[in-house]
Design a protein around this ligand. Sequence first.
Ligand SMILES: O=C(O)CCC(=O)C(=O)O
Ligand SMILES: [Fe+2]
Length: 372
Amino acid sequence: MLFFFRRYGIFPFHTHAESTVAAHVATNPIAELDHLTSFESSTETDREAASEEPTTMGAAELPRIDFTGVDASAPGTGRWDAVRAQVMDALATFGWFDAHYPALAPAQREALFDGAVRQLFALPADTKRRNTYGPGKPFHGYLGDLPDFDAYESLAIIDGQKPDEIQAFAELMFPGADNAVFCETVHGAAAQMAELEGTVRRMVMEGLGVADTQSEPMWHLFRVSEYGAPTADEKEREVRYGSHQDTSSLSLVCQHEVEGLEMQARDGRWILVRPSPASLVVMAGNALRAWSNDRVHAPFHRISMGGEATRYSAVLFSNPGGSMVRAPDELVDDAGGHPRRFREYNYDEFVRFCLSEEGGRHEDKLKVYCGV
Ligand SMILES: O=C(O)CCC(=O)C(=O)O
Ligand SMILES: [Fe+2]
């Protein structure tokens, strides 16, 4: 989810310059990831001074998890337990992983982006602005022309994995048109992403040993975004969406062909995650970090654009359905070194804090907002 704006100084690392020194991120037993690139950036000053081009590397120790053969409808069977162990390890260590997930077929992704998403962004701005959920939910719909978000636009559907919500959105965008193919295409992709989200969330709850959490209500936001390539009067590489942590529980990012997503390792280095036609990036947001009592890391990430191609992405966010976020008692253990790290907080109020001038002054907004 979004925490704007740079005019409020919310983004801690919105510098455009990076060092080009290739470096491995912390070691991790999780298997090889050949489409990741890493480049080092240690301090903001270093980054300002450094060149902008990332360096490609083998990245054999970055987190990749293969979900082939994991059956969402049959938890505990087949490779489930082994994959769950990898998920827990990756989320605790990195806060994210690249999920090999062929269930979202390359053809489906192509249909989503080339058939549906491009067509959406080609609509007139006034039409796109109809994608709003009212003043009470200011960042749930269309975003465009934002200060310091140059060449960035996005549209979002609340519970966009559900056919009725997609249909309502389609009617707003293409009134009077036959939307059947559009709706089927968006639903096909969003529902596959939601299935993986449900699997990962279930694994996290099982992995943390918290019983009966499947009944916790969640809501989702399906956001599609367009990022323009740097223009002639810009730098070779431009940060389009500055460094931030998501407020969500989980975010699943589907990148279409053009790279741009960079994940920040705990030591400050940025890792460019190359798009692959069969994988999604799964990352934790601050809601899961808080709920897990800080056992799960919520990584900073950003979008930086180089080259000449426009970038498209689709992200499915899952968010706590209840208004309050609180680590269950099972995850609080004073004697065992896990005292409560965050006070119970109201999800919407925390989002508003992130957007406020005060929130913008802090890098670790959750800790400032409700850290114990
Ligand atoms: O477009 C992307 O790849 C990710 C965007 C993002 O980080 C967000 O919308 O929170
Ligand atoms: Fe994000």
